[in-house]
Design a protein around this ligand. Structure first.
Ligand code: SDX
Length: 434
């Protein structure tokens, strides 16, 4: 595990109210971030804090991922995302997130072998997929399938079983994704092949059929691996916080990750990559100009949003979006596919980044703005885009869950509230209600 630099506590912050004052400790992290530690606030004042959406609230101490939203910095265990995107692989990044250090050659070899040899799903899973409607969105299918893993691998909490559960989740997620896709198009599932690497195995399970083999294009396999690296973790986002919250009740890893998949599906979170393509296709189909669309996105009376833009933390360009924008051109060039979606996306970005509304609101492209363009260029169906996000995020969810479980400060997550409902009133019998 990485050296856990325990954040220091420094001179406190004083809260004054009604003539009384309380000094609360201030915690400073390894990158200089500071927080007022309010753990004693209610015990000492009877008051709580209120922060809908937790935009100003730290839920934990974590040593896994660091984001500086103002500077557009993203690091996994201290390694800049640009370096990992350029030099690493998804399974190496998964090991890094899980163990806090880059693996040795032997460690990576063993991990890769273990993941490769756990890609198969129990044969009974075929009946699970057969029970799903053909037009089911693959995200609820993936959430249900991951939850169902807890019925096949029961009691995953022991040391040995937990290690196997971690490998199984990373190994089987591509198989679950590909099987749900094949089921939705009425084709037989294709078994994973141990001779292939992680990304190539996924592509083959998606596009090979019993009648025709699928030769994996190394450029596409590398693009998939890059996309998985870029999605691997992102500190305390909505789905990761969900995984931590569910795990804090000591629900098992499969149940916690299943909940995270459901949270990721939301269009404001991981579901945005599908919404971006729907937005680009609508602009293309209506022959609408990017300018017209952006005016609607700025209109307070219009619910239209520029999907793939804006971020709770990044108030500058999401570094992942910059990497993906570059990769788009490479994949589209290789696939010789139309660049219409990319052209529209780049036109939207060009105008938005000069528009006062977007500049003043600090709205920049996020990871979802270009990821869908690449998936589409590869021929991955649109309703699979968020499943791809979940595949990438899997090691991050697991690493965060493990950190939560091993943190001595962890308690069951149970926020408070400010009650605004009716004060006490007497029950009225039906006869008197009219
Ligand atoms: C991901 O948290 C993570 O780390 C997530 C993620 C990860 O890796 O896990 O990075 C992945 O989820 C990326 C985000 C994908 N979602 C989208 O692209 C959907 C479009 N974006 C937004 O809906 C929004 O920007 C959010 C949800 C991403 C962030 O919302 P916030 O921080 O709650 O901000 P907000 O909704 O309060 O907006 C602040 C202002 C508002 O205007 P005002 O009322 O203050 O004048 O900015 C405006 C919003 O109307 N605004 C937008 C906008 N996003 C925000 N206006 C137009 N288009 C947009 N996209």
């Amino acid at each position: 595990m990485a050296p856990q630099t325990t954040p220091e506590t420094q001179a406190g912050a004083t809260l004054s109210l009604d003539g009384k004052s309380l000094t609360l400790p201030v915690v400073r992290g390894s990158e200089g971030e500071t927080a007022v530690d309010v753990q004693q606030l209610r015990a000492k004042t009877g008051m709580i804090t209120l922060d809908p959406g937790f935009a100003n609230t730290g839920s934990c101490r974590s040593a896994i991922t660091f984001i500086d939203g103002e500077k557009g910095i993203l690091r996994y265990r201290g390694y800049p995302i640009d370096d990992l995107a350029q030099h690493s692989s998804f399974l190496e990044v998964a090991w890094l997130l899980l163990h806090g250090a880059l693996p040795t050659r032997a460690e990576l070899g063993t991990f890769t072998h273990d993941v490769t040899h756990h890609t198969l799903l129990h044969e009974d899973f075929d009946r699970f997929f057969d029970a799903m409607p053909k037009d089911a969105h693959p995200m609820p299918v993936a959430a249900a399938a991951v939850g169902a893993l807890a019925t096949y691998y029961q009691d995953p909490e022991t040391e040995d079983n937990l290690r196997d559960a971690i490998v199984r989740l990373i190994a089987k997620m591509p198989t679950i994704a590909a099987y749900s896709y094949k089921h939705s198009i009425g084709q037989p599932s294709m078994y994973p092949q141990n001779r292939l690497d992680y990304a190539s195995n996924f592509l083959r399970m998606m596009f090979a059929t019993p009648c025709e083999e699928y030769e994996v294009d190394p450029t596409l396999a590398r693009a998939i691996d890059l996309l998985l690296i870029l999605h691997a973790d992102h500190e305390q986002n909505c789905s990761t916080s969900t995984v931590r919250m569910v795990g804090s009740s000591r629900a098992n890893l499969f149940a916690s990750v299943s909940a995270g998949i459901s949270a990721l599906w939301g269009p404001l979170h991981g579901g945005a990559n599908q919404k971006v393509i729907e937005m680009l296709e609508r602009i293309a189909a209506e022959e609408g100009s990017a300018e017209v669309f952006l005016n609607r996105a700025k209109d307070k009376n219009d619910t239209t949003r520029l999907m793939g833009f804006g971020h709770r933390v990044y108030k500058s360009y999401d570094p992942r979006a910059a990497i993906l924008k570059k990769a788009c051109g490479e994949v589209i060039g290789r696939m010789k596919s139309a660049s219409r979606m990319l052209d529209i996306a780049m036109r939207l970005e060009e105008i938005a980044l000069k528009d006062d509304y977007f500049v003043s609101h600090k709205l920049y492209p996020n990871v979802d703005f270009y990821s869908g363009v690449i998936y589409k260029a590869m021929g991955i169906p649109m309703n699979m885009f968020t499943v791809m996000f979940a595949m990438g995020r899997m090691p991050g969810w697991i690493a965060q869950w493990l950190e939560m479980r091993n943190d001595p400060d962890t308690k069951i997550a149970r926020p408070r509230q400010i009650y605004t409902g009716a004060t006490q009133r007497a029950y009225v019998p039906m006869a008197k209600r009219g």
